[in-house]
Design a protein around this ligand. Sequence first.
Ligand SMILES: CC(C)(COP(=O)(O)OP(=O)(O)OC[C@H]1O[C@@H](n2cnc3c(N)ncnc32)[C@H](O)[C@@H]1OP(=O)(O)O)[C@@H](O)C(=O)NCCC(=O)NCCS
Length: 154
Amino acid sequence: MKLCDITKDNYFDVVMLTTNEDHNPTVMERNLASNAFSLVEASFEERPIYTKAIVHDRGDTVIGFCMYGKNEILGKEVYSLLRFMIDVSFQCKGYGTEALGLILEEMKKLDGCKEIYLKITPGNTRARHVYHKYGFRSTGDVIDGERLYRLSLE
Ligand SMILES: CC(C)(COP(=O)(O)OP(=O)(O)OC[C@H]1O[C@@H](n2cnc3c(N)ncnc32)[C@H](O)[C@@H]1OP(=O)(O)O)[C@@H](O)C(=O)NCCC(=O)NCCS
């Protein structure tokens, strides 16, 4: 598995990925925005935001998407994993766990990245379980109805 830049050759595959059970992407899905929405959002963001395709080695199939970079949380500039998804056809096969390891390795290389934040919607116990395996813990804060999690890299 590898993380790849999004280019004119793979953006179609990325925007057609979905977490919807009927396999049809929608602008807003149950636990996160669509990949198309995220790519538009990243293009307007003034801070550096990284968007990557998660690509399976077998057949170079695009199976997921992530977006990370700096944002402001509770008045502080921090690094966050802003979006992370594995297409519904490929979930629960261990790919998300493997991909998260690659994402965290990339994020650790970012200038001054000593901690990583992310938000999880209530009831998303699968995502919480995967993040927990890598050491993310709840800060106790709730932002716009989502619980905030933090991973210390120190
Ligand atoms: C969350 C997500 C990225 C995880 O990727 P994945 O490929 O499905 O995850 P994996 O197969 O690597 O691991 C799933 C783990 O969750 C466990 N799990 C599955 N369903 C679960 C549930 N309902 N509650 C708790 N744990 C659950 C599995 O047993 C497995 O744990 P294990 O490896 O310790 O046995 C993926 O499911 C996804 O895209 N979900 C929709 C979008 C989303 O929620 N993104 C995160 C936004 S914060």
